[in-house]
Design a protein around this ligand. Structure first.
Ligand SMILES: Cc1cc2nc3c(=O)[nH]c(=O)nc-3n(C[C@H](O)[C@H](O)[C@H](O)COP(=O)(O)OP(=O)(O)OC[C@H]3O[C@@H](n4cnc5c(N)ncnc54)[C@H](O)[C@@H]3O)c2cc1C
Length: 250
């Protein structure tokens, strides 16, 4: 089994920007928590109002049993990226947005001692890592919004520094420091306007689903990227909760 449940507790948190908070989790079994770096995804379960910790069934068919629970009481499941891992603890960077759902509301009011449940990797080589450039890759295109910044940072740290990398980050309006990155949520226009290098590319793009679909279309249809060399993930969709997306996929 390459994923397992972990009881975790907040031990530290600090604002990275007015619209992002880094939360550090610790837990009794985290010596078994073994992420593969890059865009390592995992699940976090958040408590409902009035609960000290989220209610999450474990063991055989946990997902079926979680889905069968009363949505008003079961833990809220959301997907996040594993940040830095140290002995017995790991970080998660939350992008904050007004009008967000339960996860963002939790992160906006996070306190030391808060308890969550993580469903995380127990082996570095696991199915939750999607950034896998083929060996013949000559340069890498990365693009994402602020929810993808933790993955973009970890991908940069993992890559061979000799490999050319071109990165675009576009935060949602009002969610970045002026001058730091684009603040209009538009990932497509700057990539469309760019002169891209020659050679065999590999692209990794993640962020708001509509933007990512449009950017993938641009890369494959207008730029001629081989579609097998474009890894794309909708990290969230405007107007839909992650529960809506899970229900759609079921
Ligand atoms: C593989 C993967 C990795 C991810 N890693 C990270 C990460 O490391 N850090 C991070 O911050 N996020 C990350 N996300 C995105 C995060 O899971 C979503 O933003 C999630 O929907 C937030 O949950 P919520 O309960 O706040 O909102 P939901 O209840 O899911 O949605 C409520 C409303 O908020 C909107 N919404 C959701 N997210 C955003 C957003 N970011 N900006 C604006 N509106 C939004 C929805 O469209 C909806 O209308 C990742 C997603 C995936 C799939």
């Amino acid at each position: 089994m390459t994923f397992d449940f972990f009881d975790v507790q907040v031990v530290r948190h600090r604002a990275l920007t007015p619209a992002a908070v880094r939360v550090t989790f610790a837990g009794p079994d985290l010596d078994r928590f073994a992420g593969g770096g890059r865009d390592q995804r995992f699940k976090l379960f958040f408590p409902r109002p009035g609960q000290a910790a989220p209610l999450v069934p474990r063991g055989e068919d946990w997902f079926g049993r979680w889905r069968a629970m009363d949505p008003a009481t079961r833990g809220v499941m959301r997907t996040y990226t594993v940040g830095a891992q140290r002995d017995g603890e790991f970080d998660v960077d939350f992008a904050l947005h007004p009008g967000g759902g339960p996860a963002i509301r939790w992160a906006s009011g996070v306190s030391v001692g808060d308890r969550l449940v993580a469903l995380g990797p127990t082996e570095p080589d696991n199915g939750g890592v999607d950034f896998r450039p083929p060996p013949d890759t000559e340069w890498v295109l990365l693009a994402g919004d602020d929810t993808a910044v933790p993955a973009l940072a970890a991908i940069h740290a993992w890559l061979d520094p000799a490999l050319p990398v071109h990165t675009w980050v576009a935060a949602e309006p009002g969610r970045c420091r002026p001058g730091a990155v684009r603040c209009d949520g538009d990932l497509v226009s700057p990539v469309r306007a760019a002169t891209l290098p020659a050679g065999t590319p590999y692209a990794w793009i993640a962020g708001e689903s509509g933007q990512i679909r449009a950017l993938r279309r641009h890369l494959v249809q207008e730029r001629g990227f081989d579609r097998h060399r474009v890894t794309f993930t909708g990290y969230w969709r405007r107007g839909a909760t992650e529960d809506d997306l899970i229900a759609e996929a079921a």
